[in-house]
Write a protein that binds this ligand. Sequence first.
Ligand SMILES: C[S@@+](CC[C@H](N)C(=O)[O-])C[C@H]1O[C@@H](n2cnc3c(N)ncnc32)[C@H](O)[C@@H]1O
Length: 252
Amino acid sequence: MKNKLGTDDAIKRWDRNAEIITENYNEHGDLHREVLLNPSIFSLVGDVKQKDILDAGCGEGYLSRIFAKSGATVVAVDYSQNMLEIARKKTPKELNIEYRYGNCENLDFLEDESFDIIVSNMVIQDLENYKAAINEMYRLLVNGGSFVFSILHPCFVTPVSGWEKKDGEKLHWNVDNYFYEGVYEQSYPQGQTDKVLFFHRTLTSYFNAITEAGFILEGLIEPKPSAEMLEKHPSFEEDLRCSDFIVFKLRK
Ligand SMILES: C[S@@+](CC[C@H](N)C(=O)[O-])C[C@H]1O[C@@H](n2cnc3c(N)ncnc32)[C@H](O)[C@@H]1O
């Protein structure tokens, strides 16, 4: 598998698919966000009142709106103009959110130490140069600030992974090519024919990038559904078998 697909192609794909990817979003994001990611992110981020927050790779902006409604001042960055357009349309004027076009790998229009908290939900695995982005988040945080980010769990979601099924029953989750580092294509569950680009790296590579940037790893969650969420969304029972996501809390 060659690393021949890059950032320009990725931006075009996000732009082309922005509407379809976000059509099932409500104020909590999509179902995976509501059931698995949001509870983990909110518990790691803590109180956001009067905090300056960067939402790095904001997409249609649901997290920015949740933080702004809780009293934060938010800068939300994305490199898909179509995503930003959807985000701006969904955002009431009274919310304190500034949407900016930019690539998280280089946000030089933002000053050093501008943010108390940076959140990046399901973005870092989309980045060609994730190390540059992690270094950039370090630069943008005040001393003592925190960076919370979620990604596809690199140990379970690899370029070759998925359910082994027999007669429609899910027997077990297969994983192969764990040590592959680079780009791969994947379909979005909504079923559009266009594919999105992800980059796989090992857990060791993520850990090394985090510590080399200067961060301390302060918290880690492998999200699974709570009993309340399972009652509301029973199809998430299978997420008790294996984790699709991992959420990091880093401290500068
Ligand atoms: C899976 S979506 C997640 C959006 C949002 N954080 C959420 O949870 O709904 C990934 C988003 O990151 C953006 N993105 C990916 N790579 C980026 C980069 N290098 N710089 C800025 N935005 C990026 C995409 O355009 C897309 O909107």
